[in-house]
Design a protein around this ligand. Structure first.
Ligand code: ADP
Length: 395
């Protein structure tokens, strides 16, 4: 059974084609700069990569081109006919309170995703465009929407409410939703297998360009670090994470426009804003090692914030069976993992310094044998999760 996974960003489409019967990845690719004069396509199939530069005006042209590449590139191409695609799984960023799990898409679902666009104005319209394009190009083929927010719909009111006038929630849907849900769900599922418990208590740390942490009790998400938008919570590559909302009024009072403040908090903050060096942790760590003070400060603030959330979530869980790191930083940076967890022995966390230095291709444990909480590094796989949901829902 061939499943195509599509992830439409604000100006890009990522895709992967799976043969779910053989558990094989048949092709993977990315179209960037959609809508610009020269879009870039990189397509890999059976180990062979093709790089193309051509005009891809919109998502429907992009999705048509992807299907074209899947049926023409390769010896032989993975598909001889688009009809061999059994279904398409789409990443959708915001499902609001309408979706607590993945769904087969119909007109009602499209309308509900459209309604959530006000909560994710950059992402949901792109996701919708990809959905509509795939529906037009593959008529009659089931399309499945997999939401970043769905996994966190199990959060209790105490965790998802902001302490603001209740009408803001009732009328404006202002509440905490949580993102990266597909990644946290995948990692939590793997962690449960690895610790041999069906419904464990877990803390999952997704640390990439975007960073979030999830608190999972008896297999269900009960809290997470992101909020109404993915700006809340941990320090990220260019996003601030938590801050006092009064900072916004202060800066507005000093003459900054709301648009400037928003752009600064989303694109000029986090590791980049503090260090002035880069949003990429590798560059920041290298600069810090070379004596760059602001780079060292950025690393300190990043680790401090993450530790604070680990502590908060441990307090909520009482008993925690495992803690799992994922994402580019979580999977690869032993130094950052160490900074976050160092000194937490009294809480039952003990890293094995030797094991902690490895890189993740497969999950591996990094806790010492006498650690009360198992600590794992688990490479995430959001596309596979989307493909599995799609397979499950169309079977
Ligand atoms: P995205 O959220 O865009 O998917 P990734 O999950 O790929 O991003 O994570 C990107 C981050 O991972 C960058 O900050 C990068 O510096 C970091 N990273 C990747 N490899 C390493 C490494 N070996 N050491 C430290 N950081 C790393």
């Amino acid at each position: 059974m061939n499943i195509l996974v599509i992830n439409c960003g604000s100006s890009s489409v990522k895709y992967k084609l799976y043969d779910m019967t053989q558990q094989a990845e048949l092709a993977v690719g990315l179209i960037e700069r959609i809508g610009e004069v020269e879009s870039r396509i990189s397509h890999t199939c059976a180990g062979e990569s093709t790089e193309l530069s051509e005009a891809i005006g919109d998502y429907s042209v992009g999705v048509a081109r992807i299907i074209d590449l899947l049926t023409t590139c390769g010896q032989p191409p993975p598909l001889s006919d688009p009809g061999q695609i059994a279904g398409v799984g789409h990443r959708v960023v915001h499902g609001g309170e309408s979706f607590a799990e993945s769904v087969v898409v119909d007109e009602g679902v499209l309308a509900a995703i459209d309604e959530c666009s006000q909560l994710a104005p950059l992402h949901n319209p792109a996701n919708l465009a990809g959905l509509r394009a795939a529906m037009a190009i593959l008529p009659g083929r089931p399309q499945v929407a997999v939401f970043d927010t769905a996994y966190f719909q199990s959060m209790p009111p105490a965790a998802f409410h902001y302490a603001v006038p209740y009408e803001w929630y009732a009328e404006e849907k202002v509440r905490r939703y949580g993102f990266h849900g597909t990644s946290h769900r995948y990692v939590a599922g793997r962690a449960a297998e690895l610790v041999g418990r069906e419904k464990p208590n877990l803390i999952t740390l997704h640390l990439g360009n975007g960073c979030s942490m999830a608190c999972i009790r008896a297999g269900e998400a009960v809290d997470q670090s992101m909020g109404l938008t993915p700006l809340e919570g941990l320090v990220m590559g260019t996003r601030s994470g938590d801050l006092d909302p009064a900072i916004i009024f202060h800066l507005a009072g000093r003459g900054m426009s709301l648009e400037q403040i928003r752009a600064s908090l989303e694109k000029q903050s986090g590791l980049l804003g503090l260090s002035g060096v880069s949003r990429d942790l590798r560059d920041v760590l290298a600069a810090a090692a070379g004596g760059h003070e602001r780079a060292a400060l950025a690393v300190d603030v990043f680790a401090h914030r993450a530790r604070k959330y680990v502590g908060a979530f441990l307090a909520q869980l009482g008993t925690c069976h495992a803690l799992a790191f994922t994402g580019g930083i979580g999977e690869n940076s032993a130094a950052m993992r160490h900074r976050i967890l160092d000194g937490l022995e009294p809480l039952g966390i003990r890293l094995d310094a030797g094991r902690n230095d490895r890189r993740a291709a497969e999950p591996f444990p990094i806790s010492a044998d006498d650690s009360r909480i198992a600590i794992w590094v688990i490479p995430t796989d959001e596309e596979l999760m989307i493909a599995r949901d799609t397979q499950h829902l169309i079977a």
